[in-house]
Design a protein around this ligand. Structure first.
Ligand SMILES: Cc1cc2nc3c(=O)[nH]c(=O)nc-3n(C[C@H](O)[C@H](O)[C@H](O)COP(=O)(O)OP(=O)(O)OC[C@H]3O[C@@H](n4cnc5c(N)ncnc54)[C@H](O)[C@@H]3O)c2cc1C
Length: 393
């Protein structure tokens, strides 16, 4: 197949967001010839820039892997905010608190701006990684043992395996003919950057209300990120308000512990659940949001993506070291067998929470009171939840 002029690579990754960049870095550090195609490079960091509205809660499992890749120290030189406690409640007088101390850890995770996490990974790219950016894929052709991508400059890239890490609307997934399952939730979420009157906080909390959760994620200094889940029509109304008007609305519905915050800016996101029917087709394999999108309720999306990325790169590096075919079907099948059920379990757990806590039907109200009471009294259960949150169990 292919063209005489095609450039040859072991692996081509499409999408250099947080997941694709981590994969590109891990594989190129292991000595594979890697190409990365990305439509837009991350902007350079300026300490005076306002925090990105898109932030992620990064668990300890992801932190450990990012440290091994060398990206964590870059993040520490930019911005990140550790948190020690995670609180969940319906009424502010009955808070269930999960504490890092319960599992003998110094923290449960960090809140990190998505664009800085992506940038920290890009800053580690070694010289043997070939970057095509800005670039978009225009065509995919496959044979039994390789895949040929054409990009908008007209260049062609031939590789043993293509990894699609191009997000929830993955173009590569469509080009590879992989269908999806899922739905759009009726709710959407508003996110806002706020200035708070308190010194840097070490707690992230979530209040469950019949119209949807209200959450606070701490940021460095006296700032934070709030997430307001509500009916999609209501969220769209809120999204067009000026900061001062949105501040007034926040004060009406958020619990008192938020304090007298001031909104700096805001945006909104639709909520969708999506599960790809297969994680691979021929020589194309999916990772991160290209394979699954999850309700962001418990901040697990990119942590699941990093877990995909870590396993996939370990399998590929091991095959490469043993001089086996790095895109063979057994390898891809193993990846799918291990990651798909784990991702589905997390998605369904989040949907269970969403149903249990997101409405005011009598029996469910009683059940959730019971769940919170049990959680607040059982130190074993609290320890289990804290371990789940950090990604270790
Ligand atoms: C409101 C909200 C809050 C969230 N909070 C959390 C949280 O607290 N914790 C958490 O773990 N997750 C969270 N998530 C989920 C998290 O943001 C995603 O799981 C994560 O961004 C997925 O990373 P990714 O690299 O797979 O995809 P993306 O971040 O979508 O990156 C895809 C990359 O591919 C590039 N690209 C796309 N198409 C093409 C193309 N055709 N050609 C070339 N390049 C292309 C894009 O430019 C981008 O760089 C949240 C999501 C939302 C909506």
């Amino acid at each position: 197949m292919g063209s005489n002029t095609a450039q040859q690579f072991d692996i081509t990754i499409v999408g250099g967001g947080m997941v694709g960049a981590a994969i590109a870095l891990a594989l190129s550090q292991a000595g594979l010839q890697v190409a990365l195609i990305e439509r837009q490079a991350p902007a350079e960091f300026n300490p005076d820039q306002a925090p990105d509205l898109r932030v992620s809660s990064i668990n300890l499992a992801s932190e450990a892997w990012l440290t091994r890749l060398g990206a964590w120290s870059s993040l520490q030189q930019m911005r990140l905010c550790p948190y020690q406690r995670l609180q969940a409640f319906e009424h502010p007088d009955s808070v269930v608190c999960f504490d890092a101390a319960d599992i003998k850890r110094s923290h449960l995770g960090h809140i990190i701006e998505n664009n800085l996490l992506q940038l920290a990974l890009w800053q580690q790219f070694p010289a043997n990684l070939t970057l095509f950016c800005p670039a978009m894929v225009t065509a995919l052709q496959q044979t039994a043992d390789s895949a040929l991508l054409t990009i908008d400059s007209g260049e062609q890239l031939q590789s043993t395996l293509v990894i699609a890490a191009d997000g929830g609307n993955s173009q590569l997934r469509q080009l590879a003919g992989i269908g999806t399952n899922g739905w759009q939730y009726q709710q959407a979420c508003l996110v806002a950057l706020v200035n708070t009157p308190y010194p840097q906080q070490d707690v992230t909390w979530q209040q469950f209300t019949p119209t949807g959760p209200k959450a606070f994620l701490p940021l460095p200094g006296q700032q934070g990120n709030i997430v307001w889940y509500d009916d999609a029509a209501r969220v769209k109304q809120l999204a067009v308000l000026k900061p001062a008007q949105l501040t007034a609305e926040l004060q009406k519905v958020f619990p008192e512990q938020l304090g007298k915050v001031e909104v700096v800016n805001s945006s909104w996101f639709p909520l969708a659940r999506m599960d790809a029917n297969h994680y691979y087709a021929g020589r194309v394999v999916l990772a991160g949001d290209a394979a699954h999108t999850i309700n962001p309720l418990a901040g697990q999306g990119v942590n699941l993506g990093f877990a995909d990325a870590k396993l996939l790169t370990e399998l590929i590096i091991s095959a490469h070291q043993q001089q086996r075919d790095i895109g063979n079907e057994d390898l891809l099948k193993t990846y799918q067998r291990k990651r798909k059920p784990a991702n589905l379990l997390m998605m369904s757990t989040m949907d269970g929470f969403y149903q249990l806590f997101g409405n005011d039907i009598g029996p469910l109200r009683n059940l959730r009171q019971l769940a919170l009471t049990i959680a607040s009294r059982s130190s074993m259960l609290k320890t289990l939840v804290a371990r789940y949150a950090v990604g270790s169990e």
